[in-house]
Write a protein that binds this ligand. Sequence first.
Ligand code: DGL
Length: 258
Amino acid sequence: MSSTAPIGVFDSGLGGISVVRQIAQDMPHEHVLYFGDSANAPYGTKTPAQVRELSFRIVERFASQGVKAVVIACNTATSAAVNDLRDTYDIPIIGMEPALKVACDRGQGKRQRVIVAATPLTLREHKFAALMERFDQDHTIFKEPCPGLVDVVESGRLADHDLVMHTLHGYFDQYDLSSIDSVVLGCTHFVFYRDYFRELLPDTAAIIDGNEGTVRHLSVVLESLGKLAPETQDGSVTLANSDPSERIAALSQQLLER
Ligand code: DGL
């Protein structure tokens, strides 16, 4: 695959568009093919086997489109499928996981109290258990599954302030938020809620997502393979979705330009 080939980026639906925005910002010469699987969203309440099957279908499509790398812009699909995908395809596959390390490192040795907001599947899977094990001796980590936040994005109600705040309060009022050092947005859909989380949380709590780190990793991998797009190339983003409706196309474009 040449350096001018596109990068395939996918998610269960619209959340991965937050990662596409980061790629467009940090790697402006790259062509990105995005595939959102909104017809099958959410992934976070499915079984790992179902999510694996859906992920393979999408990567097969990317392989036939000649992508030079795949970004799984979905923590859930990464948990369920990244290892099997890497065993099957001879394309670099970049996964995502909740940025728990970033949250814990912020303490510089001081015990941190961290809430990880993600999908039920991500928080249940072995991959997250292994990540937790690295940090939960030295830090206090709360796992908070928030499937309702995925639905709000997919149904195009992200601008409904009252609905969003009501949904957030439903998940987070159980915590003494003034004692929390950070909230990790461990689902790419949740990155679109950053301003709402800011409104919910005291200023002392940081809001952390993995998008920037993921794109940095993508860039390092492509550079090591000599496959970064030439600087003479103007990058582009092409959006596709398993839900062919006008509504999803318009919503996708709106989130990209947000
Ligand atoms: N955006 C996805 C993630 O990062 C999953 C959302 C869902 O379909 O449940 O985990």
